[in-house]
Design a protein around this ligand. Sequence first.
Ligand code: SAM
Length: 630
Amino acid sequence: MGAELGALERLSAHIARSIVQQIATVSASGQSPPAACKLDLKGYIDGDISSSIDLGSYDISTLIESGRGSVATETPFETSIERQQESHASTGNEVIPSEEHIPRRSSRSRRALNNDSDSETSKRRKITGGLRLRPMGSANQSMSPEAEENSQAPVRRLQADVREKPQRRTARDEPALRPSTLSKLIVGIWEQVFSSMSFDISVVSSEWRTTGFQTHRSLISDLAQGEQPSAVQVPPATVPERTFTGMNLLCRKISQASRCSRALEVVVQASWIEHFDRQVQEIAKEHPQLSATKARMKALAQACSEIGWSEKEIRNKMAIWRGYKEIKDHGGWVCLVFAGMGIYRFCKYRIGFDPESMAILRRTRTRFEVAADTLHPHWRDMLTIVGDTSSRVYNGHPHDWVVSDHDDPVPLKQTYLQYDPQFSFTHLDSSVVDPYAFGANDPRQVAVQSHQAAHVCNVCGEKQSEDVTESTCRCFPNLFGSDQLPVAPVQIFRTKNGRNNGLLACCPFERGVAIGEFTGLITKGLEGMDVMQAEAEQRYQIYQGREGNYTRFVNHSCRPNSQFQRFVWMGTQRIILVSRGIEAGQEITVDYSDAYWRNLPKTCLCQESCCRFKNQDRIQPRIETASPGS
Ligand SMILES: C[S@@+](CC[C@H](N)C(=O)[O-])C[C@H]1O[C@@H](n2cnc3c(N)ncnc32)[C@H](O)[C@@H]1O
């Protein structure tokens, strides 16, 4: 019995140490901990990971939170006595946080406000500088009201969870500001898909060859052929002298190569799990006398000797690789190729591995594939490394497809045929001037002040130039600067309530960031159809019926999350769709204005409680703003 208890104590200490290490890792990463941190305890008998014993699930959010406070912001200049004093300072007479739960950041302000210390309690509590597991019945537990009454000491209500303190609540209790790990993973995938990084393995591997290394062999093709990677050596005489531009190009090439290598690594590791499982089945078939556990051990031993890793190393990696496989099974290979480093964290902590998250991945899969196939037509070539030869499914422009949570993507044209059998839409990066309406003149031109030698932004007063190194205007850098993306991270989606299509934000857009320019045909004199009415030196219209960009698909809302703004770039007026703060996955909406809805035989379906046009008889005229109203 004594020996068993000793073993249990050692096990308990081991688990405690592991938790503290994990908390230190979360703290050291500097990132906000997820809203809910669960500790799932599983046991394996004889290392058989398929027959796990569920030992329960525990909420350790409080530990993580307090661990951040005590581990992440430790400074060498604070003595333990100072910390003890802080631990006893309370904002009133109701809370005494234990030392483990003192958030370091807020402790400074507490110290400034409170100088009281309690020598009795300070003797009892020793600051250890990290976290320790609290024995049952220790000081940090709520007293019953009776106990409080009987107590001779000043009454102080103890509380286990300092998150109840008001100053902590502001940061922790706002769910919209703390995306779950799954949301982070998904946004990470979108960011990669819409980035300017190449996922064309042949391009990246040829770029690898021209990095200045004296090697004629490609690391990536070596790997694809199952050979040992060639040793990359840089003879001193051949180290190239690099300019800053050269360094920028090198940096880009190396990032590309490492990004692609990472994608291949994750793909191979997920596939390895499939092969491992198959191997176990084979062994079990060949040796029916072996238990499932023994068959696994045999396969594991083979892997250890062939890869050259210890069993412990492989076991640790396997847990994460199994996560990759699960993500692939639900979200497809596309998730693995484009996930970047975020996937490691997601699989290591396994916080989002629940059926709901997996269902979200399944629903998002074709949306990822539409964007990946159209923006990176060769991304599937990477899958040949594991023998998958699937070919591109979605051709054309990323906005040639209408996506949906519940149905397969459909070609844009198909969603308009019932209204207009001749429907066609050409994607424009910038507007085109209708020569029949304006000849060779652009009606959007704004006269430049005669004393100005260069274009000056009328918003920030800085110089504008097409040369990014010359331009100091940073008003919309994602449209007119070095931050430009090949395509905005948005998709056209099928609305559920009869508004036909709408525009969906794949990534968040901060307030004030440009979602895109309202591009189309610059014309005049159109009536009875949706146009943007605008005026620079002269009046003009922007018509998006047959050509334009994704801004054409923005629906109206009486509580919009974006707005149209006029902006002059290099002497030409532009209409920009600007975010008012949009979360990833939200529909992007704008207020079309009263003028648009006036006399329109349609009812607004925005479903906002403040909707002004659900009953057209009650429309109250409002001041007109730039809108696609006619
Ligand atoms: C510029 S288009 C927007 C994209 C459009 N939903 C589509 O599928 O092409 C404007 C048209 O969308 C529809 N629409 C936009 N917002 C709406 C709303 N809040 N309620 C009802 N219909 C709306 C109306 O038919 C409107 O004339």
